[in-house]
Design a protein around this ligand. Structure first.
Ligand code: CP
Length: 343
């Protein structure tokens, strides 16, 4: 596998290989010196045509922890504003010696275009394209769920999937690349996924996705859930009114204080609350829920660095194989002793 463009075609073997390698990388993050020499002499370009905090910074941290040289490119303030094309921008970066291009773009399909165009030789990693896919977000979410699931069962998460886990993904599914990437990856890892949204915020064809669909958040909680992932209402992608008011949205679709209390009332003491960020506090999630002990929001951010280290490592220096048994590359084992389950 040369590129990471989405999760739909990602095999279970490759997904678990990335998660297991990320677990090794997490151990590096707990050391006093958080660096590995694995990508010394390699160049990673972060090519961001859309705003980002978590993804851009964590890819930069990941590349630096692997000793790669990092070039950060933001469309704002670049020659893109003078009309330079994606092809010319990419080829300019290629001429500077990029080994990997991490791309976020407002157009669905831009990373695939870059990977399949022959314009560049570098590995392409999709850091979020339009409403299409955000594979490293789904992988860091799965990493977070896997650590929680393993802790509950008292087993190691190495080599494990999410078989039996019940995941609810709620909110603005229509505009969410996070939801799409999660649905495919979670299905591959054996979890049971239910999407919850107002009918206006569900995409056409969702009935063909490998998940259940509901309009009733309370009913899905009452049915039992191990992880609730709240999605950001993406106002910047809405050119029409998709719900009557923010107050109505929060009441019907938000994870508010009443629903936080409901988890306790239902004796769902181990259910976690997730959000990819950035959060609209008071809209899709209340502050009490976002800051509660159930919340994994900051753990997701932390795990993002490990997952992105694993992705860069496996694509540039490792061996991201198709349909083989999983194992952590020897080069990582040699440099990252004593891996342990992240919290
Ligand atoms: N979750 C996520 O992609 O956040 P950023 O937009 O801040 O990168």
């Amino acid at each position: 596998m040369r590129h990471l463009l989405g999760t739909e075609a990602l095999s279970r073997e490759n997904a678990i290989q990335i998660l297991d390698t990320a677990q090794e990388m997490a151990a590096v993050g707990e050391r006093e010196v958080k660096k590995l020499p694995a990508l010394r002499g390699r160049t990673v370009v972060n090519l961001f045509f859309e705003d980002s905090t978590r993804t851009r910074i964590s890819f930069e941290a990941a590349a630096k922890r692997l000793s790669a040289d990092v070039i950060n490119f933001s469309a704002k303030g670049s020659s893109v504003s003078k009309g330079e094309s994606l092809k010319d921008t990419a080829q300019t970066l290629q001429a500077m010696g990029a080994d990997a291009v991490v791309i976020r773009h407002w157009a669905s399909g831009a990373p695939a275009r870059l990977a399949n165009s022959g314009w560049i030789d570098a590995a392409v990693i999709n850091a979020g394209d339009g409403t299409h896919a955000h594979p490293t977000q789904a992988l860091l979410d799965a990493f977070t769920m896997r650590a929680h699931w393993a802790k509950l069962s008292g087993t190691s998460s190495v080599g494990a999937d999410l078989t039996g886990m019940r995941v609810v993904i709620a909110g603005d599914v229509l505009h969410s690349r996070v939801a799409r990437s999660n649905v495919w990856l979670l299905r591959t890892l054996g979890a049971h996924v239910t999407l919850v949204a107002p009918p206006t915020l569900l995409p056409i064809g969702v009935e063909h996705w490998p998940c259940e669909v509901s309009y009733d958040l309370d009913a899905t909680l009452e049915a039992g859930v191990d992880a609730v992932m709240m999605l950001r209402v993406q106002a910047e992608r809405m050119n029409a009114s998709f719900f009557p008011s923010t107050r109505e949205y929060a009441r019907r679709w938000g994870f508010d204080d009443a629903r936080l209390a409901k988890l306790d009332a239902l004796n769902l003491k181990d259910t976690i609350i997730m959000h990819p960020g950035p959060m609209n506090r008071g809209l899709e999630i209340s502050s009490a829920a976002a800051d509660s002990p159930r919340s994994t929001v900051l753990a997701q951010v932390r795990n993002g660095v490990s997952v992105r280290m694993a992705t860069l490592y496996l694509l540039l220096a490792g061996d991201l194989r198709e349909n083989t048994t999983t194992s952590t590359p020897a080069a990582v084992n040699n440099t990252v002793p004593n891996a342990k389950d992240p919290s």
